[in-house]
Design a protein around this ligand. Structure first.
Ligand code: UDX
Ligand code: UDX
Ligand code: ADP
Length: 464
């Protein structure tokens, strides 16, 4: 099928950047990104392109180039569906917070709503592409809903998982390690649908980087990739604790291990714990699927990755309390960073949230600075945990726009996100303005130890 109109349902961290790049690279295709969230769509349409709702290096330039030409953002979901030959589903699939599979399974409510809407609106044949990370066999659900409408419209379901990482979304989209497309490759119509999507990506991705598989392999590959990546972080974090006890240095260990080409050097950075919308959710989902097939050993194996990550966050916070003479009650603790990694304003599952929650339970007073995260987001993250009242969170946590307000008169400062700018701060000034002894906790192994100790800091870093 020759694709002239693409619709993407969901204008979030995945849908927004992906569609912007498709529009930029395929000027002859009209790309419309729709969302039920009016505020979000308005922000994507903001005259000042710097105000788009997602911060990603390089994204605003692409939006500037393509928006209004062949890239559109709209809340008129029905119209966009009806016009499109190809529809991407890129809505959120959070972990269920209720009922069967609570805390484990992915909540497919939003996906199902999309499928029903597509079924209701469509008058011409459609290729429906799953873009959100989904449990294996979701395509089957989509197919069931779509093909039982009886109005003569034909659907092809493809799985096209997105592997972009936040903070480098544009780079990853422009030059992906691979593009994965799963479809019903045993039928002519299925093959044709797969080819239509291959043709879209072939505008800028080399053919041998575009893999085609059956739907199930594609779906499971996405979960597997995220599980392996998260497993590397938990593995190095497990070693970080052992390093602290033995006098080894986790960075030296990571380097020595990573030079083995069978292991590789990437994704071996010890940290206060991984966050982000994908790792935990996808592994929980993998664990849930394994359990549902009675594969308890498989489930337990992967669950350890999450348990280790929870331990790492708790251990970091507990170490702070212990170091501060076993109490942080009433003490000002400065947080540098709140996002789950640098170069993004996304805070989903960020380690900072859990470290803050732990310290708040110990009655600390927290002051937060993050270059990209807004005050309201910090409060929303803490409120979402439901550990204490909203008033209490606002009373005990302050969010400031100047990093030196975080450190001034603080008992301790903790680095929770590896923003580059933290390296270049005036650490002498910070030391001078902090209470003494001045405790500095580096949860990202990003600050240089010697110079900090020379200034006078009591310096603690993960894994050394
Ligand atoms: C291993 C390490 O590779 C080597 O660096 C170390 O010095 C000693 O231990 P070795 O045991 O000789 O070397 O063989 P290796 O090739 O690592 O295989 C170990 C086992 O893993 C074998 O039984 C192999 O069949 C199995 N294996 C390896 C797999 O099942 N799948 C793989 O992908 C790789
Ligand atoms: C991840 C996958 O990388 C991406 O392919 C998938 O599409 C979505 O999930 P993302 O969550 O955006 O991407 O960021 P990623 O760079 O993978 O980092 C995830 C978390 O792991 C962050 O909190 C990061 O700080 C942490 N991390 C990563 C480490 O602690 N150490 C590392 O070595 C790498
Ligand atoms: P991701 O990281 O997977 O992109 P986000 O939460 O950033 O997730 O984005 C998902 C978007 O999908 C949100 O903006 C949400 O409003 C939108 N969305 C969810 N359900 C629907 C729906 N039924 N129709 C349209 N948009 C939806």
């Amino acid at each position: 099928m020759n694709i002239k109109n693409i619709c993407c349902i969901g204008a979030g961290y995945v849908g927004g950047p992906t569609m912007a790049v498709i529009a930029q690279k395929c000027p002859e295709i009209n790309v419309t990104v729709v969302d039920i969230n009016e505020k979000r769509i308005a922000a994507w349409n903001d005259e000042n392109v710097e105000n788009i709702p997602i911060y990603e290096p390089g994204l605003s330039d692409i939006v500037k180039e393509a928006r209004g030409r062949n890239l559109f953002f709209s809340t008129d979901i029905d119209a966009a569906i009806d016009r499109a030959e190809m529809i991407f589903i890129s809505v959120n699939t959070p972990t269920k917070t209720y009922g069967i599979g609570k805390g484990m399974a992915a909540d497919l409510k939003y996906i199902e709503l999309c499928a029903r809407q597509i079924a209701r609106v469509s008058t011409t044949d459609k290729i429906v592409v799953e873009k959100s990370t989904l449990p294996v066999r979701t395509a089957e659900t989509l197919k069931n809903i779509l093909t039982n409408t009886g109005n003569g419209v034909n659907y092809q379901i493809l799985s096209n998982p997105e592997f972009l990482a936040e903070g480098t979304a544009v780079e990853d989209l422009l030059d992906p390690d691979r593009v994965l497309i799963g479809g019903d490759i045993d039928t002519e119509a299925g093959k044709d649908a797969v080819q239509s999507l291959v043709d879209v990506y072939a505008h800028w991705v080399e053919k041998d980087h575009i893999l085609t598989t059956n739907v199930w392999s594609s779906e499971l590959s996405k979960l597997t990739a995220n599980a392996f990546l998260a497993q590397r972080v938990s593995s190095i974090n497990a070693m970080s604790e052992l390093c602290e006890k033995t006098g080894a240095d986790v960075n030296e260990v990571a380097k020595a291990v990573g030079m083995d080409s069978r292991i590789g050097s990437k994704f071996l950075k010890a940290s206060v714990g991984f966050g982000g919308s994908c790792f935990q959710k996808d592994i929980l989902n993998l664990v849930y699927i394994a359990k549902s097939f009675g594969l308890n050993e498989v489930a337990n194996y992967w669950e350890q990755v999450i348990l280790m990550n929870d331990h790492q966050k708790r251990r970091f916070a507990a170490n702070m309390v212990r170091t501060l003479f076993n109490t942080v009650s009433g003490k000002k603790i400065g947080f540098l960073g709140w996002a789950f990694k640098k170069d993004t304003n996304d805070t989903r599952e960020s380690a900072a949230i859990y470290v803050a929650d732990y310290l708040l339970n110990e009655q600390a007073e927290i002051v937060v600075y993050d270059p990209k995260v807004k005050e309201e987001q910090v409060y929303a993250d803490l409120d979402y945990l439901n550990t204490r009242s909203e008033e209490e969170n606002r009373k005990r946590v302050k969010v400031v726009k100047d990093p030196y307000e975080v450190t001034k008169e603080a008992h301790a400062v903790a680095v929770l996100t590896e923003w580059d700018e933290f390296k270049d701060y005036d650490w002498q000034k910070i030391y001078d303005e902090m209470l003494k002894p001045a405790f500095l906790f580096d949860g990202r192994r990003m600050l240089e130890r010697k110079s900090k100790e020379k200034i006078g800091f009591e310096f603690y870093a993960i894994g050394s």
